[in-house]
Ligand binder design. Structure first.
Ligand SMILES: Nc1ncnc2c1ncn2[C@@H]1O[C@H](COP(=O)(O)OP(=O)(O)O)[C@@H](O)[C@H]1O
Ligand SMILES: [Mg+2]
Length: 251
């Protein structure tokens, strides 16, 4: 037990580029208890490789956000196993899990979760500051990513001064700033116009072409389906199909 508690991310030997980025085995997730208990995921078996963009699609309420939250270690499964970069997340102590996430996982939330008291560039720099990177270096790195996302004019703005689409780009910059191996985006283009949506996808594409990284994108947005290397369809908490690019849906 003591050993478990003192386990830090230094002890976590993550897998290299030839291993699976994510392996889910028999993942079940229930919410609530007693009569109110509901099964949201019914035994998900899924492997996601590094170097790929995997899209997760399906109707509202089918369990997409729940599944990516389990992969990110933000939720724990009721049963089954979630391995990320070769690490069984349930085997990590709570503290090691937080460290693992802050080092290896980037997450763009459906709600952007920006901090109102911080400027745009400070918001994007948060993951680096948390890791102890010097403030000026963190701001410089965050600024460069924001510029690539077309947000260079807004670095000193407050998030409240931005449109929804602009806030989304700040959230995307924040998810990328610490160079995560696993990048999870929950509806990343939902509030973007067509041009900004494609710019975001080009950036995500560039990231995913690294053989060490995996990008997982939850989306309804058929404008971006062509960016998928693999499309996983969920229906009522089960995998309905897994398609490769030649077999894309067209609506
Ligand atoms: N924290 C929670 N407590 C209870 N039910 C939840 C919770 N989170 C999600 N759900 C339910 O789980 C189902 C799947 O939700 P979610 O994963 O958010 O779906 P999606 O992202 O595909 O729209 C929905 O019926 C939702 O109401
Ligand atoms: Mg969702």
């Amino acid at each position: 037990m003591l050993e478990q508690e003192s386990q830090s991310v230094e002890d976590v030997k993550v897998a290299g580029s030839n291993a699976a980025a994510v392996i889910c085995r028999g993942v079940v997730k229930d919410f609530g208890t007693g009569a109110a208990q509901a099964r949201v995921l019914h035994g998900i078996d899924l492997e996601i490789q590094c170097g790929q963009r995997t899209f997760l699609v399906g109707p509202s309420g089918c369990g997409k956000t729940t599944l990516v939250s389990l992969i990110a270690g933000l939720l724990t499964p009721t049963s089954g196993q979630v391995c990320v970069l070769g690490e069984d997340l349930q085997g990590l102590s709570p503290r090691a899990l937080v460290e693992f996430r802050s080092r290896y996982v980037g997450f763009v939330f459906q709600q952007f979760n920006l901090i109102p008291a911080l400027t745009v560039v400070e918001n994007a720099a948060v993951p680096l500051i948390v890791q102890g990177v010097p403030f000026s270096v963190a701001l410089k790195t965050a600024g460069e990513i924001l510029i690539r996302l077309g947000m260079g004019r807004y670095l000193s703005h407050s998030p409240q001064q931005l449109s929804g689409g602009q806030q989304q780009r700040v959230a995307i910059a924040r998810s990328l700033v610490h160079d995560p191996r696993i990048l999870i985006c929950d509806e990343p283009t939902a509030s973007l116009d067509a041009q900004s949506g494609l710019a975001v996808m080009d950036l995500l594409t560039e990231i995913a072409t690294s053989p060490e990284r995996a990008v997982i994108i939850v989306t309804h947005d058929n404008r971006i389906f062509s960016y998928a290397d693999r499309t996983v369809s969920l229906l009522d908490g089960r995998i309905e199909s897994i398609r490769l690019p030649g077999e894309q849906m067209h609506s």
